[in-house]
Write a protein that binds this ligand. Structure first.
Ligand code: NDP
Length: 339
């Protein structure tokens, strides 16, 4: 497998805890990091053994030894920094949510297309062997016609992450852009086009949140398939899961909405109930990075394309708007003409 030399835009927790270790396990090099705070950038670089640090994104994306940029800074900056990287001719792996609105998000897709660089989004769940197996089963008709999906993604936010996610709406705080967007990256693949959303969001945690920290939504996809999600920062013991119920059977997957390659997948139909073997379980972030590297070197699609990321964002934004307004909100998954 050919590797890449990475520049990190954002000295973030996810880069330190998941992505940089996965890059190194795959033999990729991490050559530079940028942070708005020069001291933080320097300390992070020392801690992560990254040779170059800067507070100027321009100084990072213009480096000859950077092949690809991993954007994992605050959500509101994903747009500007993806455009900077594309303009410098660098491939971009961007964290979710792609952006804070669909106009920005589609402009990122266009900018990367025009620059001829790969644009991938680091949604980890579609990289899980469990989700790939569920997708294969649904496509193969194992449950017949899909009728309903239930997503259980209510978790406890770790203390170290209880910062801007709760308090800074301008940065993209709240459960829809943090968790529902991941659900959508999974469910869009299973069901195709999302149509509309209703939702109720609440603030129920032991903190002063200025955005919803728990939400339940109901979505409608093409062919009147209905989807129910429970996403939260406040629930410690529920475990996660995904269920796909169809005319001929049901898939019941437990502990699959996580960052670990864990979980079980059970198929129940007229012949009975069986737990399925899940081949090829691997670290989800390694799968994402390996697919991204292949996209750069072999001109194939990354695991989650920019367009996939925008469509997941479209669902999350509709859920957020539905919770705020109390209305049913249409989900727009294509660019609006003229923008
Ligand atoms: P963090 O809260 O760790 O960091 C966000 C930003 O805060 C950093 O990029 C950095 O800004 C700044 N920061 C953090 N610590 C310091 C410090 N000590 N001093 C100064 N600045 C600091 O973010 P997360 O890792 O939780 O999230 C980053 C992105 O990754 C988000 O877009 C999030 O949605 C996404 N994410 C994706 C996950 C996935 O599994 N795909 C999981 C978790 C997050 P600067 O950029 O300027 O360095």
């Amino acid at each position: 497998m050919k590797t890449l030399r990475w520049g990190l835009v954002g000295a973030s927790d996810i880069a330190a805890t998941r992505v940089v270790p996965a890059m190194r396990r795959l033999g990729h090099q991490v050559v530079a990091v940028s942070s708005a705070d020069a001291e933080h950038a320097a300390a992070y670089a020392r801690q992560q053994q990254i040779p170059f640090s800067t507070s100027e994104v321009g100084a990072l994306v213009s480096r000859d030894d950077v092949d690809a940029v991993y954007v994992s800074t605050f959500n509101r900056l994903h747009h500007a920094y993806t455009l900077s990287a594309a303009a410098a001719g660098k491939h971009v792996l961007c964290e979710k949510p792609v952006a804070l609105n669909l106009v920005d998000a589609w402009s990122m897709v266009r900018a990367c297309e025009m620059a001829g660089v790969v644009f991938g989004v680091n949604h980890h769940l579609p990289c899980a062997a469990t989700h790939r197996e569920i997708g294969r089963l649904v496509s193969a008709g194992a449950v017949g016609r899909p009728l309903g999906v239930r997503v259980f993604h209510a978790v406890q936010l770790p203390d170290r992450l209880a910062t801007w996610r709760l308090t800074d709406p301008g940065a993209g705080a709240g459960v829809p852009l943090d968790i529902t967007v991941h659900d959508a990256a999974v469910v869009n693949r299973l069901l195709g086009r999302p149509v509309d959303a209703v939702a109720i969001g609440v603030r129920q945690g032991p903190w002063k949140a200025s955005a919803d920290d728990a939400i339940m939504s109901v979505l409608r996809y093409d062919d009147d398939v209905v989807v129910q999600t429970h996403d939260a920062f406040t629930v410690g013991y529920a475990g996660t899961g995904l269920e796909v119920h169809g005319s001929e059977g049901s898939i019941i997957a437990r502990d699959v909405m996580t960052q670990e390659p864990t979980g079980s997948v059970l198929l129940r139909d007229a012949t009975g109930e069986r737990e399925l073997e899940i081949p090829g379980r691997r670290d989800l972030y390694e799968v994402s990075l390996e697919a991204f590297s292949r996209a750069v070197h072999e001109k194939v699609a990354p695991a989650v394309t920019g367009v996939d990321g925008v469509r997941a964002l479209a669902v999350a934004l509709a859920v957020q708007e539905a919770a705020g307004s109390g209305h049913r909100v249409p989900i727009v998954t294509e660019p609006v003409a003229g923008r």
